[in-house]
Write a protein that binds this ligand. Structure first.
Ligand code: FCB
Length: 443
């Protein structure tokens, strides 16, 4: 497996998200966001951590862009904090907030790195949440207006856009189970919010086309594997249900299919308000699908949470490390949705790493993870799946939502006391792989 066996124009990158790295939560006119609020609620985040400083990327962005150069990636995925640009979500622009992203984009281009910008990565202004958030249909217009503002201000330089990151994951957990921001546990609100978010995505795509800017736009979904723990009919049914809820419920309408009918019928009292035209808006043609793949979930009937299969390795979050699942997921998307162009917008290992010794943090599991998943990616591409890029999650250790600073998923280790970044062995491996000097013997 070598870089040269991938398409020549393949995008190789690393990914981050604004709330997880920026810090500076109340600086230069930024408004409060749902994650600012949630992370300050007692008992909601492991060890009571907040992201008030996080990686301090807001002030150290140049150092971080230099890490990208050091890695040798040709692209970088980041997200914009909506509440930095529009402190109350709509209306008055905060010029200093926008300037931060102007500097970031210019800094990337100056380094020859292609920006891939995510508009909503799990966080939005608290003022909009106070007005109902995604459960309020007005959010569709608020999001589309925010998107159009960024197309207008950054679209001369940004050519790759993602509307939403993982509405499946973040809205099920944020509004269904209530385990993350905004912390509402109400399934009726949750399903309506997902529907509204999908319509908002479609409207943003329409606004992008109307803006006349060149470039590509898509959406990112978490697409994990959901497998039965045994051959029993009950386990198989439970796994199929989890697959529908987590994957097909959102993917099908995005690709112009109706909502999965069995599941829709089963929603009963949770029934959705769907307006005429919504299905067409949701299915507005995108240029690519972003896929976040992390692990395989083993589903047992009647048992919430994850099962475990024998003889497997697990991440610190309990998912089974399963590189072959990447091939399976990609082939499924390829055949079910008529060969979409795909970027792997996230893939990484949920692990705890020890502090660096002599300037290097040893993370052999992550090196193995990278090798195995890139080999799987190569296999999928050779089987005909149209994958055009790969973004490792994450560039550096960061604030992992309700888990605080515990899982360290970065290619670079961050000391959260000194904020110093130190390479992990995995960053050296990735860098070596991406460099022209790479050869088989170094594998
Ligand atoms: C994904 C999120 C990302 C990060 C990784 C570990 O679900 O999109 O922000 O938290 O998981």
């Amino acid at each position: 497996m070598m870089k040269s066996s991938f398409p020549p124009d393949f995008l190789w990158g690393a990914a981050t998200a604004a709330f997880q790295i920026e810090g500076a939560v109340a600086e230069d006119g930024k408004g409060p966001s749902i994650w600012d609020t949630f992370s300050h609620l007692p008992g909601r985040i492991r060890d009571g951590a907040t992201a008030d400083i996080a990686c301090d990327h807001y002030h150290r962005w140049q150092t971080d862009l230099n890490l990208l150069t050091e890695l040798g990636v040709n692209t970088y995925r980041f997200s914009v904090s909506w509440s930095r640009v529009l402190p109350s979500g709509k209306g008055k622009l905060n010029p200093s907030g926008l300037d931060f992203y102007n500097r970031l984009v210019d800094g990337l281009l100056a380094r020859g790195i292609t920006p891939l910008l995510t508009l909503w990565h799990a966080d939005h202004p608290q003022a909009l949440e106070d007005a109902g958030g995604w459960a309020n249909r007005d959010m569709i217009d608020w999001f589309a207006d925010y998107a159009a503002l960024l197309f207008d201000r950054l679209g001369d330089r940004v050519q790759h856009w993602i509307t939403l990151n993982e509405p499946n994951c973040f809205l099920y957990q944020g509004l269904g189970t209530g385990s993350i921001a905004p912390g509402i546990a109400d399934w009726k609100i949750c399903y309506q919010a997902i529907h509204n978010a999908l319509v908002a995505h479609g409207q943003a795509v329409q606004r992008f086309r109307a803006s006349g800017h060149s470039g590509q736009i898509g959406i990112t979904m978490s697409v994990d594997l959901w497998k039965p723990a045994s051959d029993s009919i009950e386990d198989q049914r439970a796994a199929a249900l989890a697959d529908t809820q987590n994957n097909f419920w959102l993917l099908d309408p995005l690709f112009g299919r109706p909502y999965p009918q069995d599941f829709l019928a089963g929603l009963g009292d949770l029934a959705l308000q769907i307006l005429p035209g919504d299905a067409q808006t949701i299915a507005e043609k995108c240029d690519f699908l972003g896929v976040n793949y992390y692990w395989k979930n083993v589903v047992r009937a009647g048992q919430p949470g994850l099962g475990q299969a024998a003889k497997s390795e697990y991440t610190a979050a309990g998912g089974e490390i399963y590189p072959a699942g990447l091939v399976e997921v990609l082939q499924m998307l390829h055949s079910r949705y008529a060969h979409p162009a795909i970027y792997i917008t996230e893939n990484g290992l949920y692990e705890h790493n020890l502090p660096p010794v002599d300037g290097l943090c040893d993370d052999p599991q992550r090196v193995q993870f990278l090798k195995d998943h890139l080999a799987a990616l190569e296999e999928a591409i050779q089987a005909g799946v149209d994958v055009r890029g790969y973004f490792f999650w994450s560039l550096m250790d960061n604030f992992e939502w309700s888990q605080g600073y515990h899982p360290r998923m970065g290619l670079y280790y961050v000391d959260f006391a000194t904020l110093q970044r130190t390479p992990k062995r995995s960053s050296l491996w990735y860098r070596n792989f991406l460099s022209d000097r790479f050869n088989r013997s170094s594998l």
